[in-house]
Structures are given as structure tokens and as C-alpha cells.
Design a protein around this ligand. Sequence first.
Ligand code: XUL
Length: 520
Amino acid sequence: MFLGFDSSTQSLTAVLIDPAGGKIVCQKSVNFGVDLPDYLSPSGFIPGSEAGEVHADPRMWLDALDLLFSRLSAAADLSQVGMIAGSGQQHGSVYLDGTFEKRLASLDASRGLVEQVAAALTRATSPIWMDTSTGAECAEITAALGGPEEVCRRSGSVAIERFTGPQIRRFYKQSPEDYERTKHIHLVSSFMASVLCGKSVSVDFGDAAGMNLLNLESLSWDGKLLGATAPQLLEKLPPPAPATTVQGVVSPYFTKKYGLSPACRCALFTGDNPASLVGMGATAPGNIVISLGTSDTFFAAMPGPRTDPNGFGHVFGNPAGGFMSLICFRNGSLAREALRDRLGVDWSAFERGALAETRGMAGQNLMLPFFGPEITPRFDFSAPVFGGGGDFTHGSHPGLQIRALLEGQFLNMRRHSEWMAVKPERIRLTGGASKNDGIAQLVADIFQAPVERLETGNSAALGAALIAAAADGWQMDSLQAAFCHAEAGSGLAPDPSLGPVYEDAGRRFGELLDDTIHGR
Ligand code: XUL
């Protein structure tokens, strides 16, 4: 059996699979806000910070690991687990001193992880992917490289506030002494993998590419980017490696405490998006994944490392080999919820039946669906922008605004994924809002591609379990064929008559967007 973890923003989840039987044996989760209320992080991060900072307490992740293992060991026989892998929210970083490895090597199973590991932290809290505090550092790194194109050419992304390199630079500038005594800088993924393995382990290519530090051509740390970020950085970073690289056996702490076998091995943890690509059965080009969550993400396997000329999209490693793209849209559920509240309706107004009432208005009214700052495209929106008649703009017919919001979200997604030059052959939808048939049909119609939904709600943790099995020698494509089924009856075909309607709407949407951003 194989165990996959997902250390995400709001929870830590584990999925245990039996590939021989093609079955998920057990799934357990710890919700940080609900299960660990003492960390005062109801949504998994410390609320109320300023200047764009969003941090989380890494001790909370350690406590969650102990708690999750106690739940898992009560529910399943962990001695049968042959390999563990995992995924973590991308970009978040953990800073540790020279005692980290010694502490991991001598963990006492009669005590907890936090009390034994936390003293190694040189930075009490970890910046996570929601942090936007590093605008100055992004500008400095970009200037040192000679422009955004060069940063993008080397690392797969222009310098991005939430990416780890700019975050490291900010730490170095703000607390040079703490930076100096930092001997290991880990991503959330490689930190969790290190704790499990009882030593400081590698960071995988998939997640390493979200740092603005990895050279995508050589798949090694890029000397120029490192130099522009902070001094002596190379010696603090774990070496990059493929996710399926076996790092060793699990730490005796977990064997003694939770009944894992001393022969159980550990592969790497990757980023949650690369792991989801695996768990959604989409590691081969032609498949697109759209995840509808707090923010919406669009990701897909790519035959080669093509980069976004506009600098909004990112290129990460594909755990099955090669590369994947990722585009993140900040105004996802946030915008859907904001419109729902503003119109005083409930989710039924977003359902298939309600959307059918306005089908005749498909692609007619336009909305730039941004209730707050957006990152794709990068612009400080404060409210949505309307392009349409009075009835629509005044909200006297809520259904028109809901249709225009959803259409705007997917027209924006289509527009900003064109650089990948990948024709979507199949779209796999995941995330809370993907259950909604009305939204799923809109996605099929706007992209003119068939849409499927998968049975798992934990695609990242499942992907991690599949990576663990692949690290043990199982074939990735047969694993995906066994575990990544579309939900029966969840398939939706596009309506070809709407193809030209949304072509035209896409053109007009682009004009409205350009005019708004350029103040015309
Ligand atoms: C990707 C990103 C988010 C996090 C969420 O670039 O920032 O999708 O990975 O956990």
C-alpha cells in the first residue's frame, strides 16, 4: 500500500491506496482551523497581517502531522505501507538552523514533533502563496537579471511576489542575522518530507520551479538568479530532484509511534498543483485541469517548456516527466461568493436550471469578474466592470449578472491560456464549484471541449499516493487508468452552436479588458 499526503493551505490530508486492488483504502484529514484552534488560523494562515504579508505557523503543520498519523493508525494497518510521498501548498517556505538534521535524527517517539523540532526554526512564521509583500524584491531581482524576459526564460515565470526567491530576499533584507544562521531553506513540501524521512531531503522539480530560482533547462539552481536573491543561498537550498526519487526509509519516530514498518520508504513531496495533475489523470498533453477553489487554477501538461510572453502563467515540473503550465486566477470562489452576497441569492442561482433561463443571452453581456486585485491579468481591480445594458448593470435581473460573471471567468481563463498553444481535448474539472452542472456546461461551451469530473475530492493527496506507487516501480499510466475515473454521468459535451457566440464574446471581452487596464 502507498500513502500520499497533501499539506494544503487549510488542511493536511492523507490518502492510502492499494494499487493491486485499484482501491482507495482510507482517507483522513486534519483541518487546521477546526482541529488546531490554538494556532488562531481559522483558514490556515495568520489573519490580519499588513503590507501584503500572509504567513502561517509551521508548528501547526507539525502538530497536524502527529494528529493525522494518530487518526490514520486508528483506521488502517500502517505496517503495510511500502512508500510515502506527498504534496504541499506551493511557494511557502520554512527556515531552519544547523540543528535541524540532528533534531530529526534523534526524535523521541514519546514526545511530540513540535516540542522537538520547532527550536530549529530561524523564522517563526512561513510566508505562504497568498503573500504579496515582495514587490520591491521582485523588481530588484528583475533588474539584476536585465529584465522580466530573462527571469522568465530561466525560471519559467517572471519574478512573482508569492514565489520563494523574492520571499527569501525579503527575509535576508529584513533580518540578515536570522538569514545568516539559517542553514536550510525548505518549501512546505520538502519540509514535510524531511520530517518524515528524518533528515533534510531534496526539493522536487515540480515545486522547485515555483521559486524563481530553478533553471528549467538544466533543472539545477540557477547561479544568476541565486546571486540576485541572497548571498550563500546555494548552500542553504536542498538539491532539486524528480518527485519519485527515493530518499530513504521513514524516520523511526513514525515507525515506533504509529506502526509504520521500518522498511517503509519515502519519496519526495511535490507541489499541490503538480500532484493534482497526477491525481486528475492529466499528466499527458491534451488534458486540461481547471480547479475551482478559493482562487481558480488552470493547469496542463506541456510537451516542452514554453513560457507565457505576458508573464502571467508559470511553468512547473510535471511529476510524470517534462513540464506543466499553471495559471492562477485570484478572483475564483471569492468573486462567485461576492456576487452571490451582493445579489442576495444562494448557490441555486448558479445551478444549471437557473443558468438555463438566461441561455438566450449567452455571450451578450460582459463582465470583468474581478472584485479585488487580480493576478491574471495583473491589475488592481476593486470592483467588477460591466459591459452591457441597463437591466444587466443594475442587477434587476440577477441571473444576467451571474451568467456574465461565470462567462467572464472562463473567457478570461481561455484568453490567458492561449500562450500554451495546447488544444484542449478533454477538460477535467475539480474543486468545490465543479460539482455544479451549470458551471461545468459553461466551461465545455466556452472552451468547446468535453468536460469530466473526477470522483476524488483530494486530487493532490491521491496524486501523491500515485507518485509513491510510481517510486516503487508501478507504471504511472496504469495507475492513473485505475484511480482517476471520471464520475459516472459527469461528462458534458460542448454545444457547437455556442462556439462562434463565445468566439465573438471572447474578442469583445478582450477589448473591454484592454480598455480598462489601459484606462481608455
Ligand atoms: C500556485 C499557487 C497556489 C498554491 C495553492 O502557484 O500559488 O495554487 O499552490 O496551494
